[in-house]
Design a protein around this ligand. Sequence first.
Ligand code: DGL
Length: 261
Amino acid sequence: MEDKSTQPIGLFDSGIGGTSIWKEIHAVLPNEDTIYLADTANAPYGQKSKDEIIALSFKNTEYLLKQGAKIIVVACNTATTNAIKEMRSHFDVPFIGIEPAIKPAAIHTETGNVGILATKGTLSSELFHKTVAGFSGINFIEQVGFNLVTLIESGKINSPEMTALLQEYMEPMIKANIDYLVLGCSHYPYLIPQIKEILPETVKIIDSGEAVAKQTKAVLQQHGLLNTTPHKGTNTFYTNADTAVLQSIIGNDFKAEKTAF
Ligand code: DGL
């Protein structure tokens, strides 16, 4: 069998959000090469139909496979919850998906009230409904993060518009006495500092990044795909729109490149 272990890990998201997942993966697997696709030209995915999300996810996956990806990390909750089943049955490569981390919040909540902030596409998906139905005693306060991704993709993470939206979205959760907030979109970890200023200190904020990184390592191991060479991995970042926001998020150690895909 062909040894694919030195080939890159492919990741995609509708934009810069999945870099929050990439950072966790890179921390756990620094010697792996990675290729990150920000499908910025088509962001946000959250308001699109299931069929549109499936089509975009296939396009991104095909591009990453052409670049030699040995595994695909769907660094997007919206694409995972709407298209992972279809991707897994169409492509002969392992997939890692991300979903809102409801389980740890549901297990540890003391007030019995858990907030979930995610896109419309994620909150209306069948996969999300199924997961929530598994925790019948918990009161979930679901909130669509309308416009948050658009503001993040326009470089407005720290802006009065962002603060106003977050205040509006957190208000019902504070009223409902949540003690856990689940961030169900890979863009949202970049909003944690602002969210913390709005929520009571006692509320714990959970995202899926660390768990996804551990899962990626475990799946690579299972498939004999873990890169065991000691070299420092190369990390490529592509966007199909302006590079400025992606570049500001990944920092000067890496380079955002514009490519058509
Ligand atoms: N970052 C994505 C997610 O995790 C997609 C957000 C969007 O494009 O609406 O859901």
